[in-house]
Structure formats: structure tokens, C-alpha cells
Design a protein around this ligand. Structure first.
Ligand code: ZN
Length: 570
């Protein structure tokens, strides 16, 4: 199927994949591959298979985007349900196809053509799945949905009204301390009422994941968890050494930032909810509405480079940004990709806060990488593992720094400071989440209360400023029940911190030589997913955060940048 890459999004066709037709097509390709006796004969079959997958993925991405743009549309709702049914079928067929490739007599020749890394990915994906664990995988998904449901349907009583979690979150950041405190009490009460239920869901997940790991021949879930994330080149031991570096070099800097914050706010005995408020004058607010911000973004990307200008104008011209909030539109934000049109799509819900600007820098960073890697022929090499993906987005946030006057007007300095301080302060929390999960899966039979005690112990070591004002649920260590990644995507959270440490390197480099730093960034984006994480870093001259001394080297220049801000005037 030939498509015009300049097609406008609304003209993308709706093709609902048919399970029957797909099954027939894939199984005939599997049969064809079985008959191949050499790389020469296998390559065209692999190409046909990839093309078919691209078409299906393209159709399913279109359906997903349209279904989230309007959750009330019955056509797309049904189409999405169809896709949900077909997805596991496709995975199991792809698995069958890959099994043949992995065991092929001519595998070495294929490795020479497609690269060894592709086959490493195939080997690992085969290790993470077997038909005998399908019932457990279905159950795992169900438990995660159950968790989402409990959090999504939260009704929290506060000052005579009922709120959901994001709504109550706003009160915990209120300028008035008493409001923050009462909101924190309400939240703690709600969490206490649901602690048993949530703790139970997690307990089942931990046992289930451990069981899956054992059935697949792993000692514990940890190794399987790493493989599920495509981590082929580092282990839990490397991550442990990385956490140690964060603890030594970042926690003192973060603690200093917290001290300055409380001094500026004039709070003597700060509790955890006080840290939600950055400044007496409130958070930085964007200088205009959606139309205004998109226009500033256009001017920025036009000015940044030819590549970014081409990319952003393409997104505008083809209507590939849907950013406003409307009734019926799904919540949240994401960046997805249409392989046939070779283009990303960005979805968001603007609400007038600084988060809107983050979409225009962070999500656009993801989209920019997808756009620059769209020429890569092997689909598996187009996008890297998740920790590397966040380098593209988080670094773009920093490359946007010089343009913040346009986005924030008089609040531009305040935004830059907040952005950097938040990024540094996030790291100790990120390693808390990670260390906790390692402990959990190495001690799968621990009780809920033991898990809470462990969480509180790690929390006290890495975020010593957090005092819970005697709130009973949080004080005994139940905060982690609200961190959805712990439930939905085991071991994933550390990725944000790894990417952040790499993005810091771009910030430091751009203050010295912006043009050089930008070129380096574009090169990284163009590499897509051709290499595993640490190799990708080496190829692009970025310091590997697992190696001793490299976290310190990434943090040092930031301390200097922080000194350049006069926080008393915010
Ligand atoms: Zn991201």
C-alpha cells in the first residue's frame, strides 16, 4: 500500500483489522519461512512479514488515536475492542515467526544482514514468553486494571465536597498551609480505607510474577522484569551501583534545594505537603492560551534548526497535534507513531498550567526522534528501549530553555529554576521506587506490613525531609500504593532517572556550545533503537550513568547553574 506522507490526519482511512484474514496471511508467511533454506530466500519473507506488521500497526494506531480523541464514538469504540482482541493473537504469531528465525541454520547470515542486536532482542523476547504462562499473563493484566479502577474511581471527601485523586492533588499544592494540611489528611484517610484492597492486589501481582518467572526458568522475577523491558546490556547489579551514586552525589544537592525552598516560604517545621508549594507567588504560569503557545512553539522550532522546523511544520500542516481538552476526549497525553505515514502524532489535554509547555517540549522531543528515525528500515531499530527514549524528550525540554520568555513571559526564570530543581529532586524519589521493587521481588513472601516498613526505611534514607505529620497511613509506609508504575510496569521507574542524568549532560554541554550539543542530540535521535542503552550512549559520547563517577560529573555543572538563580525574587 503506497501512502502520501503529507496526508492530513482526518483523511487517514479507517481499516479495522480482521482476525481471520490476518491469521491466514501470517500463517502462510510462517509456512513460507519454514521452507527457506538460506538467508537469501528468507530475507524477502522477513520483509513481507515486516510490511504486514507495519500495516496492521498503522491501522491500529489510527484506531487508538481516534478512539481516545472521542471516547463516545461507537464506531471507534468497537474498532478498538477488535484491536484489543487481535493484539495477543498477533504477538503469538510473531513469536512463532521469531522462533524459526532464532533457530535457523542460516542465522549467522541473517545477523550479518540485519545486525546481531536484532537477534539478541528476538532471543530475549522468546525467553520472556511461553504458551504455558498465558493464563497468568491474562491474570496479571486483570490485576493491573483492577488497580487502575480503584485509583480512577477514588472519591475523596474534602470540606463537604467529593473529589477524585487529580482534583484533591490541586488542594495539596494550595498556597494556604491549612488547606494543604486538610487535603493531606483527607488523602491519608482515603488511602487508609483502601490500603487492604490495594495491598492485596499487589501481593497477588508479586506472587503471580514470581510464578511466571519460575515457570519460564528464572530464579526470581527480577531477571525476567529486566528482560521484559528489553534490558540486554545491564543488570540489577549495575543499577544498584547507580543508585549508590545518586544517593551520594544527588541527595545532598536535593536536600539543599528543599532547605532553600522552605527558607523562602518561611516555613519552620515543614511537613511533606509543604514541599508541594514551590513559591509564595505560586507556580510559573504560561503567558497565553493554546493557540498562543503553539505559535511560540512554532517560532521556537523554526529558530532551533532546519530539522526541527521541518518536523514541527509537518505536524501542524498534517494536523498531527491534538492538544485541547474537550468533553469526551480521553485524559492524559501521549506520542504515538504511524509507520506507513512515517509520522508521529501527539495527544494532550491542555489545562492552562506549566504542564502545557511540557507537552510542547517533552512530547515533541519524542515525536522529533520518531520523525528523524522514520527512515530506518528494520522496524525494531526505529525506537530504543524506554530509558533511552526519555533522553530524547527530557533533553528537548532543556534545548527549549532559551525560548521560555515566549512561553512564560515574566515567569521565565522561575520556570527554568523550577524545571531544574524538580528534575534534581526527582532522582532520590526515583531510586526509592526502584530499590523498593528490587527488595519486593527478592522477598516475594513478605507481608504487606513488611513491604510498608521497607518502603518507609528506604524513604527515610533517600528523602529524609519527608515528614508525614503523624498521618497514620503514610507514616507507616503506604505511600507506594499510589505509585502506579509499581503495579503496572515493574522495574520501569528507574528509566526516568537514567534518562534525566543523560539529559543533564546535554544541559551542561549546551551552556558551553549550543550548536555542538544540538548536533550531538540530532545524531542521537537519528540512531533510533539500533543499539542497546549503554552502547547507544557510547556511540553518542554520553557518559554511562552506571559507571563510577559519572553521576557526579553530570551533577556538578548543575550546581553552578543553580547558583545563577536568585530564588528570593520568585
Ligand atoms: Zn516521555
Amino acid at each position: 500500500m503506497k501512502v502520501n506522507p503529507n496526508t492530513k490526519f482526518e483523511d487517514y482511512p479507517l481499516n479495522i483489522p480482521s482476525a481471520k484474514r490476518l491469521q491466514k496471511k501470517i500463517s502462510s508467511l510462517v509456512e513460507e519461512l519454514k521452507q527457506c533454506g538460506s538467508a537469501l530466500t528468507a530475507v524477502p519473507v522477513i520483509k513481507k512479514f515486516n510490511k504486514l506488521m507495519e500495516e496492521v500497526n498503522n491501522d491500529m494506531s489510527i484506531i487508538y488515536v481516534r478512539a481516545t480523541l472521542n471516547t463516545q464514538d461507537p464506531i471507534y469504540k468497537r474498532a478498538q475492542e477488535k484491536c484489543d482482541e487481535i493484539s495477543p493473537l498477533i504477538s503469538s504469531y510473531a513469536q512463532e515467526f521469531n522462533k524459526i528465525l532464532a533457530k535457523a541454520r542460516y542465522r549467522k547470515d541473517l545477523e550479518n544482514i540485519f545486525g546481531k542486536y536484532l537477534f539478541r532482542m528476538i532471543d530475549d523476547s522468546l525467553r520472556t514468553f511461553d504458551e504455558k504462562v498465558i493464563p497468568e499473563l491474562i491474570k496479571e493484566n486483570k490485576l493491573v486494571s483492577q488497580y487502575d479502577q480503584v485509583l480512577g474511581s477514588a472519591q475523596i471527601e474534602f470540606r463537604g465536597q467529593t473529589y477524585n485523586l487529580p482534583q484533591i492533588g490541586k488542594f495539596t499544592q494550595d498556597l494556604d498551609q491549612q488547606t494543604r494540611k486538610e487535603a493531606a489528611i483527607a488523602l491519608d484517610k482515603w488511602l487508609g480505607e483502601h490500603e487492604e484492597e490495594l495491598g492485596n492486589i499487589y501481593d497477588q501481582l508479586v506472587h503471580l510474577r514470581t510464578e511466571i518467572a519460575k515457570k519460564l526458568g528464572f530464579k526470581s522475577f527480577t531477571e525476567l522484569g529486566y528482560l521484559r523491558l528489553g534490558r540486554t546490556d545491564y543488570t540489577a547489579k549495575d543499577v544498584k551501583n547507580y543508585r549508590k551514586q545518586i544517593a551520594e552525589c544527588v541527595i545532598p544537592v536535593a536536600n539543599k534545594l528543599y532547605k532553600t525552598q522552605m527558607k523562602n516560604l518561611g516555613i519552620k517545621n515543614p511537613q511533606y505537603y509543604d514541599y508541594n508549594l514551590s513559591f509564595k507567588s505560586g507556580n510559573p504560569t504560561p503567558a497565553g492560551d493554546l493557540k498562543y503557545l503553539v505559535n511560540v512553539a512554532k517560532e521556537m522550532y523554526d529558530d532551533m534548526s532546519k530539522e526541527s522546523s521541518d518536523f514541527f511544520n509537518h505536524m501542524l500542516d498534517c494536523h498531527l497535534l491534538d492538544l485541547d481538552s474537550r468533553p469526551g476526549k480521553a485524559p492524559g497525553g501521549y506520542c504515538t507513531y504511524f509507520p506507513l505515514y512515517k509520522t508521529p502524532f501527539i495527544f494532550a489535554n491542555f489545562n492552562g498550567t506549566q504542564g502545557d509547555v511540557n507537552v510542547l517540549t517533552h512530547e515533541v522531543g519524542h515525536g522529533f526522534q520518531a520523525y528523524l528515525s522514520s527512515g530506518i528500515k528494520v522496524p525494531e531499530y526505529r525506537s530504543p528501549t524506554l530509558e533511552a527514549c526519555e533522553i530524547h524528550s527530557m533533553s528537548m525540554e532543556f534545548f527549549a530553555w532559551p525560548y521560555m520568555k515566549g512561553f512564560f513571559g515574566k515567569d521565565d526564570e522561575k520556570y527554568r529554576y523550577c524545571h531544574l530543581a524538580d528534575a534534581i529532586e526527582f532522582l532520590p524519589y526515583g531510586i526509592t521506587v526502584d530499590e523498593f521493587q528490587h527488595w519486593v521481588y527478592e522477598n516475594p513472601n513478605a507481608t504487606h506490613l513488611e513491604r510498608c516498613a521497607k518502603w518507609r526505611e528506604i524513604e527515610k534514607a533517600y528523602t529524609p525531609h519527608k515528614k508525614y505529620d503523624g498521618l497514620p497511613t503514610l507514616d507507616h509506609g503506604a505511600y507506594w500504593l499510589r505509585q502506579s508504575h509499581i503495579f503496572s510496569s515493574a522495574f520501569y521507574y528507574i528509566d526516568y532517572t537514567l534518562a534525566q542524568v543523560c539529559a543533564f549532560q546535554f544541559l551542561a554541554e549546551m551552556t558551553k556550545n549550543r550548536e555542538k550539543a544540538w548536533k550531538k542530540y540530532v545524531k542521537l535521535c537519528k540512531c533510533g533503537g539500533k543499539y542497546p542503552f549503554t552502547e547507544l550512549l557510547a556511540k553518542n559520547k554520553l557518559r554511562n550513568p552506571f559507571e563510577d563517577g559519572n553521576v557526579e560529573k553530570a551533577i556538578k555543572p548543575l550546581v553552578k547553574i543553580l547558583k545563577g538563580f536568585d530564588t528570593t525574587k520568585f
